[in-house]
Design a protein around this ligand. Sequence first.
Ligand code: CA
Length: 238
Amino acid sequence: MSLLKVYGATDVGKRRPHNEDSFLIGPRDNFVVADGMGGHAAGEVASSILVETMKKELPRPEVIMDQLGLEYVVKEANRAILRAVQENPERDGMGTTVVLLHIGEKRAVWANVGDSRLYRWRKGVFEQLSHDHSLVAEMVENGTITPEEASHHPQRNMLLRAVGVEADVKVDTAEAPVENGDIYLLCTDGLTNMVDDDVISKVLTDETVGDKSQELIRLANENGGRDNITVIVVEYHE
Ligand code: CA
């Protein structure tokens, strides 16, 4: 018998006029964070279409909660956003990131596109499980810049992949066993660009913090809140 303790929240931040992020604490222990992009508030539309698609698809018993199933629901969201662009051509170019986590019996399964992230805290080790599809992540991988330089790079927002932009989308998926005491964090870059990993890790394990998502958002805003901030924290207890 396992028990999940979940916190989730989103905030516009201190600088942006709109909140283009969306999130879902969804059916069947699925958790979704999306960071929309596109002019004229289209980013808001893209990330909310993604979340609405997940609300429809995730409860369907035909959708198996494995890597292929998660890939399928992301591709459905891709189709739904493209349809919305066809109906409203002024929204051309809108798209969204996605990070989707499913906690099943003994296993975590996840999928992502773009630079919204999944992290795991386990026995003192805080690490990113998802892989960013961004220009700076690629530059770090091929050694052009250091991770430190990536965090200040002028093109750090440039994505190499997003949902809703092309007819097909390549989705990264992976899975791993869950362990008692694991803490999972899904977030947009409005958190990770504003708050250091070691500070995030401390909040995740601080028993005195009531709502960990609200506390992380508070810290991002305290540091400037330059972007929309969205956070889901999932604690797994056996
Ligand atoms: Ca963002």
